[in-house]
Design a protein around this ligand. Structure first.
Ligand code: NAD
Length: 255
């Protein structure tokens, strides 16, 4: 129960890693703002999971790719809970295409959700901390692809690489406000974003062969790392990436 009395906002918390983070932070004692797209029908399920743990929660919907929505989500969260202490920028999308075939619409979608979204949710979050003179935690769910090239996913890699430098910059700029900023970089995790991979036994077995721990990660593996970074245990940790990948990243780098 390291987060008792804290309020956490998790973007893209309707399913996958975001839902697991919401549940884990609730297990640690935090009240949870469940953010997801306006058309998400799964955010309410996450909210029920939070409430079943005896915590308070609320669904506040918005498209993180729109700065006006981001300001609204933070304002509505503060008006509901009084303050927000922990922000987890988890919402993310990917689109596969050969470089010459990437459409402007897909590029905009990936960059808007993954990078612009994290940027402007964080800006609105930091403004309310600054105005209330409160410390805070920002945790971005990036990816091993903040480091590792992934051909045919260039927009995605650009967004996650951008998230890495955004995190490093903000760690320095926001330290005087008592705000830490870190990334969690998952490897291959069993979530709906990987539905086609999970349904392909040959690809799955080839991937497992590249992971030193020989299994894909569970959403809970990522959530445990987020809980650590959100807690007092990580009070002296800022400007870094915690990789949660079963050893995948460095195994690739060796090849
Ligand atoms: P997912 O597709 O299962 O869930 C993503 C969530 O984000 C969904 O609930 C979706 O509705 C929400 N979302 C999408 N667009 C949004 C928008 N515009 N506004 C608000 N919410 C939006 O994916 P996941 O696997 O749980 O991924 C979560 C994060 O982890 C992403 O940032 C992803 O890039 C990252 N990640 C995942 C893996 C993996 O293997 N699953 C690996 C590395 C990094």
């Amino acid at each position: 129960m390291r987060l008792q009395g804290k309020v956490a906002l998790v973007t893209g918390a309707g399913q996958g890693i975001g839902r697991a983070i919401a549940m884990r932070l609730a297990d640690e004692g935090a009240d949870i703002i469940v953010e997801d797209r306006l058309d998400s029908d799964s955010a309410e399920r996450t909210l029920r999971e939070v409430e079943s743990r005896g915590r308070r929660g609320a669904v506040i919907a918005g498209d993180v790719g729109r700065a006006a929505d981001d300001r609204h989500v933070i304002e509505a969260g503060v008006s509901r809970f009084g303050h927000i202490d922990i922000l987890v920028n988890n919402a993310g999308v990917e689109r596969r295409a050969e470089f010459c075939d990437v459409s402007e619409a897909d590029y905009d979608l990936v960059l808007n959700v993954n990078l612009k979204g994290a940027f402007f949710v964080t800006q609105a979050f930091v403004r309310q901390l600054r105005d209330g003179q409160r410390p805070g935690r920002v945790i971005n769910i990036s990816s091993v692809h903040e480091e590792l090239p992934f051909p045919h996913f260039t927009s995605y890699c650009a967004s996650k690489g951008g998230m890495k430098m955004m995190m490093r910059n903000l760690a320095i700029e926001l330290a005087p406000l008592g705000i830490t900023v870190n990334n969690v970089a998952p490897g291959a995790i069993e979530t709906p974003i990987n539905a086609s991979l999970l349904g392909n036994p040959e690809l799955l077995s080839a991937l497992r062969g590249k992971i030193p721990l020989r299994r894909l990660g569970k959403p809970g593996d990522v959530a445990a790392a987020v809980a650590y970074l959100a807690s007092d245990d990580a009070g002296y940790v800022t400007g870094t990436t915690l990789v949660v990948d079963g050893g995948l990243l460095w195994n690739y780098s060796e090849q």
